[in-house]
Design a binder for this molecule. Structure first.
Ligand code: HEC
Length: 279
């Protein structure tokens, strides 16, 4: 069964009055953002959506701000910096693999690599830097990779997400794949990301208030009280899939990279404030 993007995007495209089948990423992004602006008129400063669900929960926000005063992710930043600066056996280091020595660049990830024809996330680039220099890759979801990613996000705080979709049909296809993923129902519970994080955003599900996808990528990696440790975005995505009793995809496989590409593009213009703390 093939589902057209238009069917999938029924929700979003419906928002773009007189939507045409030509709605591209830029139109999607505008419609996506306006959806949240209309749904949460109390968030008068749209830049505040970078704070995730706390932008709509004044009481939880007070607690969260207290937690952020003694951030539980601080050790991860320190560990990440040490790992980042530690030379590989061959004398090179992570800084050699990245533009600007890896400092203040988080906002540009993920990007579509036109030479390779695929989406490259920050975590993928970190591990590939290690393997091309003869080092072992880190596990994808937590631990040292989350620490290095935390440090790199930290050096990029306040920079605005600037994810681009280059003029390359493969880049558009990766974006469309991520978008389709977002709007596709899955799992025994038959939920799409959009069911919870668009149409359900602001509502309660068990003890939690569902966050908005506008701002979903700004704060990662996150320290979660539930995990008692750091986790990457792909760890969280897998958790959401499991919560609807769907099989999670592999962290850093093409599915989650394309999904991250879509999510980050939708959050364009918001500031990076990772790493951060969540319930
Ligand atoms: C059944 C509802 C449900 C579905 C479907 C779902 N999630 Fe979630 N998700 C949650 C809940 C509950 C949380 C924790 C509260 C919150 O932050 O929204 C969460 C948290 C998240 C977070 C972390 C937000 C933060 O600031 O820490 C991200 C990112 C996320 N979901 C993305 C997705 C994506 C992408 C999909 C589709 C693959 C998805 N979710 C599907 C319920 C859902």
């Amino acid at each position: 069964m093939t589902i057209t993007t238009r069917q999938l995007l029924g929700g979003v495209v419906g928002l773009v009055a007189a939507a045409t089948s030509f709605a591209g990423p830029e139109e999607d992004r505008k419609a996506f953002q306006s959806f949240y602006f209309d749904r949460f008129p109390q968030v008068t400063d749209h830049a505040d959506f970078k704070n995730g669900v706390y932008s709509i929960l004044p009481e939880a926000r007070v607690q969260w701000e207290q937690i952020e005063e003694f951030p539980p992710y601080e050790l991860a930043i320190e560990e990440g910096q040490a790992l980042f600066e530690k030379p590989f056996a061959n004398g090179k280091s992570l800084a050699d693999c990245f533009p600007n020595g890896g400092i203040g660049i988080r906002q540009n990830y993920p990007y579509f690599d036109t030479a390779r024809g695929e989406v490259v996330t920050l975590e993928l680039a970190i591990n590939e830097c290690r393997t091309t220099n003869g080092e072992k890759p880190y596990p994808w979801k937590k631990g040292p990779l989350a620490s290095v990613s935390s440090y790199m996000a930290y050096t990029s705080r306040d920079a605005m997400i600037d994810v681009k979709i280059p003029d390359d049909p493969r880049a558009l296809a990766a974006y469309e794949d991520g978008k389709m993923h977002y709007f596709t129902k899955r799992g025994q519970l038959n939920f799409a990301c959009s069911d919870c994080h668009m149409y359900g955003s602001g509502q309660n599900l068990r003890s939690e208030t569902l966050s908005m996808s506008y701002g979903h990528t700004t704060g990662f990696p996150v320290y979660r009280a539930k995990w008692q440790e750091m986790g990457t975005l792909h760890r969280r995505l897998a958790g959401c899939h499991e919560s609807v009793r769907a099989k999670a995809f592999k962290a850093q496989g093409p599915e989650y990279r394309n999904l991250e590409y879509f999510l980050a593009y939708m959050s364009s213009g918001l500031e990076i404030n990772g790493p951060s703390a969540r319930k």
